[in-house]
Ligand binder design. Structure first.
Ligand SMILES: Cc1ncc(COP(=O)(O)O)c(C=O)c1O
Length: 460
C-alpha cells in the first residue's frame, strides 16, 4: 500500500494518527488492506519505530485498524462512524489544505535571520532615522534595492528613483492617482489578472480596457489608444506565460509613440526554474516603464513592503500620493529589509525557496502527467503557480466544490477574468494552482488530494 504519509513537523505521532484516520475515512485505505510493518513505515518516514507502534496501537484501540498478536496490521472491516457535527468546514472557515495562488510558503519565512537583521538594523540606526517621515522611504533601503534589483533583475535603477510602498497593491493605487492627475484616462489591463486592479483604477477615475493574451503573453498590438498599461511580463498572472521579446519591444514602441506609461508588475520575477531569469522589461526603457516589485512572494505578504522604480518625472507625484495615503511605510521594517538584503539574507532566502518551489513544481507536473494525463499543466517555467487546463466538459466550479468536500481549497481561472468573456470565446475551464502556499509537510498531502479530486471528477 502506497500510503503517502508525511511526518509533519514536531507533532509526528498526532499527525500520523490523523492522516491514517483520514485515509480510512475517505476510502483511500480500504477495509481489510494490509498496512506496512511498523519497522518499514518507521524507516520510510524517518521516525522512531516505537512511534509507529504507538500510532497503530492507538488506532487499533479506536477501531480503525485490527491487529492480531504477532500478525500483520490491517484496516478494520467496519470503521467507526464519523463524529457527529458538520462534515464540512462551515462558511468562512479555512480548509485544511490550500492550493490557491497568491501566497508563498509562510512557514519558510526565515524568522531567526529576520529577527537578527532587525536587531542589527535597530542597533545601528541613528535617532534621526527613527524620526524620519520621508514618504519616499529610507535611503538604506533605496541603496540596498538599487544593488539587488540591478544584479538580480537587470533593472536600471538609482536610489533617487525608488518609492517604498505597502506592497504592489498600494503602489498600483499611487500610480493610478498620479497618472490620472497628469491627464491619463484609460488604462490597459491584461484580460486575466490580479483581482481588484480594475476597481482600483476606476476608483481613481481611469477607465480600463482588457488586453487579450495568447501563448506569447499579452497581445501588445491591441494596446491601442490607452494612456497607460499594467503588464506581468516575467510570468503572466495567472496564465503563466512569459511576455515574448517581440511583444516587449512592441509595448515599448507603443509607449514611446503615445507618451504612455507601462507598469511592470514583477511580483515573482526571481522565481524562474529552467533557465536564467528573464530580465526586467524596464531595462529597455527606464523613462517609460515603472518597475514594481514586492516582498510578498519572496518573503511574506504580511510584511507589506513593495517598491516602485520610477521614471524621473513621476517620482515627486508618486511620493506626494504616498504621503497623502499613509505618510510612509514603517521605518523599522524598511531598515530591517535593507539590512537583510545587504547581509545576503534575502538572496539566500530566494535561493532556498526557489529550490523548494521548483521541487514542488516538478512533483505537480509529474503527478498530473502520470495520474491524470487528460489535464494539461502550463505556465510552469516560473513563479509560484501553474495553470491546470481541464478537459472540455469539466466544470471549474464543480471541481472546486468537490475539492472543498475533501478539505482542499482551489481556485478557478474564471475568477481572474476582467470583464465579460470575449464574444464567441467562452472561458476554457482551468484551475490556478498555487503550489508554493502549503507548508512543506502538507504539500504532498494537498497534491494527493488534488489528484484524487481530478480523478474522481474525470470519472464523473
Ligand atoms: C499579479 C500579482 N501582483 C502583485 C502581487 C503582490 O501584491 P502585494 O505586493 O500587494 O502583496 C500579487 C500577489 O498575489 C500578484 O498575484
Amino acid at each position: 500500500v502506497d500510503l503517502h504519509l508525511d511526518r509533519a513537523g514536531s507533532r509526528v505521532r498526532a499527525t500520523l494518527e490523523d492522516q491514517l484516520r483520514e485515509a480510512v475515512r475517505s476510502g483511500r485505505l480500504r477495509p481489510g488492506w494490509r498496512l506496512p510493518s511498523s519497522r518499514s513505515l518507521a524507516a520510510e518516514l524517518g521516525v522512531a519505530r516505537n512511534t509507529v507502534v504507538e500510532v497503530y496501537g492507538q488506532l487499533t484501540a479506536e477501531g480503525w485498524l485490527v491487529a492480531r498478536q504477532g500478525s500483520v496490521t490491517r484496516v478494520a472491516g467496519q470503521v467507526p462512524a464519523a463524529p457527529a457535527g458538520p462534515a464540512l468546514p462551515g462558511p468562512g472557515q479555512p480548509l485544511r489544505y490550500d492550493l490557491r495562488p497568491g501566497a508563498p510558503d509562510a512557514a519558510a519565512f526565515p524568522r531567526s535571520r529576520w529577527l537578527a537583521a532587525a536587531r542589527r538594523a535597530l542597533t545601528a540606526a541613528p535617532a534621526e532615522a527613527l524620526a524620519d517621515t520621508s514618504p519616499l522611504g529610507r535611503p538604506e533601503l533605496h541603496q540596498a534595492l538599487t544593488g539587488y534589483l540591478a544584479r538580480a533583475r537587470g533593472v536600471r535603477v538609482s536610489p533617487d528613483r525608488i518609492v517604498i510602498c505597502s506592497g504592489f497593491t498600494q503602489g498600483f493605487g499611487l500610480l493610478c492617482q498620479a497618472l490620472a492627475a497628469r491627464g491619463a484616462r484609460t488604462l490597459a489591463v491584461e484580460r486575466y489578472g490580479l483581482p481588484g486592479l480594475d476597481e482600483t483604477a476606476t476608483a481613481h477615475g481611469l477607465r480600463t480596457v482588457a488586453l487579450p493574451a495568447d501563448g506569447s503573453g499579452a497581445v501588445t498590438a491591441r494596446l491601442g489608444a490607452a494612456d497607460a498599461a499594467v503588464l506581468t511580463p516575467a510570468h503572466q498572472f495567472p496564465l503563466g506565460t512569459v511576455l515574448a521579446p517581440g511583444r516587449r519591444t512592441e509595448a515599448i514602441a507603443w509607449a514611446s509613440r503615445r507618451n504612455a506609461v507601462l507598469i511592470e508588475d514583477d511580483y515573482d520575477g526571481e522565481y524562474r526554474y529552467d533557465r536564467q531569469p528573464v530580465g526586467a522589461m524596464q531595462a529597455l526603457a527606464p523613462d517609460l516603464v515603472v518597475y514594481a516589485g514586492t516582498a510578498s512572494k519572496s518573503l511574506i505578504p504580511g510584511l507589506r513592503l513593495g517598491w516602485l522604480v520610477l521614471p524621473a518625472q513621476l517620482v515627486a507625484e508618486v511620493g506626494a500620493a504616498k504621503a497623502q495615503a499613509d505618510r510612509q511605510s514603517s521605518t523599522l521594517d524598511q531598515l530591517t529589509l535593507a539590512e537583510f538584503i545587504a547581509s545576503g539574507g534575502y538572496d539566500r532566502q530566494v535561493r532556498r525557496t526557489r529550490l523548494a518551489y521548483r521541487r514542488r513544481r516538478d512533483q505537480l507536473t509529474e503527478a498530473v502527467a502520470r495520474r491524470v494525463p487528460a489535464v494539461r499543466v502550463t505556465g510552469v517555467a516560473a513563479g509560484l503557480h501553474a495553470l491546470l487546463e481541464l478537459p472540455p466538459g469539466l466544470d471549474e466550479d464543480e471541481v472546486i466544490a468537490r475539492a472543498a468536500r475533501r478539505d482542499l481549497a482551489l481556485e478557478g481561472l474564471r475568477g481572474y477574468r476582467v470583464g465579460r468573456p470575449a464574444a464567441g470565446h467562452p472561458d476554457a475551464p482551468a484551475l490556478v494552482i498555487g503550489y508554493a502556499r502549503p507548508p512543506e509537510h502538507a504539500f504532498g498531502l494537498a497534491l494527493d488530494r488534488l489528484i484524487e479530486v481530478l480523478t474522481d471528477a474525470l470519472r464523473g
